[in-house]
Design a protein around this ligand. Structure first.
Ligand SMILES: NC(=O)c1ccc[n+]([C@@H]2O[C@H](COP(=O)([O-])OP(=O)(O)OC[C@H]3O[C@@H](n4cnc5c(N)ncnc54)[C@H](O)[C@@H]3O)[C@@H](O)[C@H]2O)c1
Length: 441
């Protein structure tokens, strides 16, 4: 099939590349000229495991094309995907200006039937708005479908190629047929394509992200209780996770959720609820808990250093909002760094993939290390903010030799508490017992 994908960011580039991988010809459209030039020149613009290989192959085989010209991009396409940003507006609602702007432009360009598929995360009722925006300029036949994207950054290629489920919101039989054919190669193992109406599909995406965010905030509250009551959150997590109704995944406490989706989507659902005269109480608490949790690690650091961080130097391992991505949008690590800087500390940071993105935000406010060990040199303590695999079994002797004091604040619970005590570390993690060493002056 011939496909256009409008918006070539994390979702658009993965979608376009993975659709090309099964033999479709995909033209990705983006207004960012630099990005398009880079992609056309064979340089990938995001880090996502496994993506580069597919990108190279499909680019070489002319199944993956890039343009800044919307008219050219959609001319021959049977399906037009919208993978455009929906950032939070000032009131927390999802800003639809990109989606509706492009829909309006598409309306001016259509000459025959096409299926316009919304992959952006958008509030209930957006498919109708997109339909109206296109119809304002095009009187022929077309369909607008809601097809929310559930891929997880870090495993996006795998998620796209073998999705748990594909949700398609449409009442049009014609659109259903086109999309069933398109997705057939991705659901060969029997995972379902779930058809529903547009509004339910739009709400499904918000419900999924909000539920996952709720799980995280819930576990962060349990972790807070563990710290106060002398329980171990790892044990509690295992104890409850083996109940199938609860499930093992997404029960890890930490330094709060971040990323480009959870914070904005929870906020947007609260806003939509308010507009529908409904007070979504749980989600208000989820957001509050998350804000508190993001400050938790800095509070621990401050308490350890007797309330003053002036002149202290910290090594930070991990900047991306989660491992296996270079995405730093709403990354808790950045909030931790900003709060340490405000308290007069200096930072030396390392991340395997996100340094360039962080440099464009923080500039020379912090130092960037080439390796995880270089970041440690002369630091008062190590702070772990992202659970990259390479941090899981580090050379502890090297850490001890490089730090001024063997002190680690671990926001991701990477190491065993007892083992760290035996190695001579003052080791603080989230929701687990603190074995006190005699304090270093
Ligand atoms: N990132 C994720 O993990 C994820 C997962 C599921 C759903 N989503 C949703 O998908 C949507 C896109 O997210 P993303 O992370 O890919 O965003 P992104 O910011 O990485 O990418 C958006 C792209 O759209 C381009 N763009 C903006 N205006 C344009 C226009 N008028 N014409 C063409 N291109 C334009 C931007 O230049 C950018 O490259 C959002 O609604 C998001 O909530 C994201």
């Amino acid at each position: 099939m011939k496909i256009a994908v409008v918006g070539t960011g994390y979702v658009g580039l993965v979608t376009g590349t993975c659709l090309a991988e099964t033999g479709n010809t995909v033209t990705c459209v983006d207004i960012d000229e630099k990005k398009v030039a880079k992609l056309e020149g064979g340089k990938i613009t995001i880090y996502e495991p496994g993506l580069e290989k597919l990108f190279d192959r499909n680019l070489k085989e002319d199944r993956l094309l890039f343009t800044t010209n919307l008219a050219e991009g959609i001319k021959d396409a049977e399906i037009i995907f919208l993978a455009l940003p929906t950032p939070p507006g000032e009131d927390g609602s999802a800003d639809l200006k990109y989606v509706l702007g492009v829909a309006h432009d598409i309306g001016k360009l259509l000459t025959d039937y096409k299926v316009i598929v919304d992959k952006s995360t958008v509030p209930v009722g957006t498919a109708e708005k997109v339909h109206a925006a296109v119809a304002a300029n095009y009187k022929g036949e077309f369909d607008v479908v809601s097809n929310p994207e559930f891929l997880r950054e870090g495993v996006a290629v795998e998620d796209f190629m073998k999705p748990d489920r594909v949700v398609i919101g449409t009442t049009s039989e014609r659109a259903k047929k086109v999309l069933t054919e398109l997705y057939a190669p991705y659901v060969r193992q029997g995972n379902p394509i779930i058809f529903m109406d547009e509004r339910s599909a739009e709400l499904t995406k918000y419900a999924a992200n909000s539920f996952l965010a709720t799980k995280i905030s819930f576990m962060n509250e349990i972790a807070q209780l563990c710290e106060r009551l002398g329980a171990d959150v790892d044990m509690v997590r295992r104890g409850i996770g083996s109940d199938e109704r609860i499930g093992k995944r997404f029960l890890f406490p930490g330094i709060g959720y971040g990323g480009s989706c959870f914070p904005k989507d929870v906020q947007a659902l609260v806003h939509s609820s308010g507009q529908a005269d409904y007070d979504f109480q749980i989600l208000n608490a989820v957001m509050e808990v998350n804000e508190r949790q993001k400050r938790h690690l800095v509070t621990k650091v401050e308490q350890y250093f007797d309330g003053s961080l002036q002149g202290r130097r910290f090594a930070v391992w991990g900047l991306a909002f989660k491992p296996n991505t270079d995405d730093i949008r709403e990354a808790p690590a950045l909030e931790i760094i900003e709060s340490l800087l405000e308290r007069g500390a200096t930072i030396s940071a390392f991340d395997p993939e996100a340094i360039n993105n962080v440099r464009s935000v923080l500039g020379d406010k912090i130092r960037y290390a080439e390796t995880q060990y270089e970041a440690l040199e002369g630091a008062d303590a190590l702070i772990i903010a992202t659970e990259w695999n390479e941090f899981r079994t580090p050379d502890f002797d090297k850490i001890i030799a490089s730090l001024k004091e063997p002190v680690i604040f671990d926001g991701r619970n990477l190491f065993e508490v007892q083992q760290m005590f035996e190695k001579g570390f003052h080791y603080e993690s989230i929701g687990r017992p603190l074995i006190q060493l005699p304090k270093i002056a």
